[in-house]
Design a protein around this ligand. Sequence first.
Ligand code: AMP
Length: 281
Amino acid sequence: MTRPPPIVSTVASLRAVIATYRRAQQTVALVPTMGALHAGHLDLVGLARTKADRVVVSIFVNPKQFAPHEDFDRYPRTLEADAAKLASVAVDLIWAPGAAEMYGENFSTRIEMGGPALGLETDFRPHFFGGVATVCCKLFSQVTPDIAIFGEKDYQQLTVLRQMVADLDLPLAIIGAPTTRDADGLALSSRNAYLTPAERVIAPALHRSLVSCAAAIRSGTPHDQASTAAWAAVLDAGFTKVDYVACRDAATLGGPALNRPRRMLAACWLGKTRLIDNIPV
Ligand code: AMP
């Protein structure tokens, strides 16, 4: 097996490696992750490989995007296994800072996002996009990539980060990658590891319901009526709670319009696990 890529954990050592790439006039792609890597993450790396000379994967479980009652403590941390997986997809460097390296003792800055950050996830996780935007801004400033790849799996996050990069004139391009799914349609997620075997059987109903909902909207059912039906369908299938099922404008995440691309987005609970998914209409 190929040797795992080098891991750096201080900004100084990261910058030294990036400087060697730049001296060789090589372009750099960043794939930000929180680790517990699965095939979806590796697909992002595969896409990154086609777009830049060097691929850096960051692994950082960002405390600032979790509320105190959320799963920060039990979020899986598997750095060694992650590094082994990244060896198989030819990653050049792993950027894995500790929390103290990322957030100094007197860290006092937080990016506040409006626009596409309003509603959906923010109605249930109000702290979330501030934390994501802040850490991604730092990651972009640390790695100075030409491009950063994010999954459509977290569609609102992708849209929010595009907005941040445009608003702050950050000198990189954000590229979205399609969602990688299991054969039964369940979107791969590090949080799927929390599911019991019985919940895992129920989980694909989320994607199935979104597919039926999008088909209904395409054939003329009003989007709120179709969304209500999808809401009922996931509960019928065994999900325990629905945070939202919504049809939105695909670019702005504002209200949908017939003559513009639309997206169905949903977040639902299966016991203690919260799953999100989305598809184009
Ligand atoms: P995470 O480690 O879950 O924060 O995700 C890191 C990146 O991987 C984000 O850009 C996610 O959108 C992306 N990602 C997570 N799951 C998938 C998936 N099933 N397919 C494609 N990208 C994904």
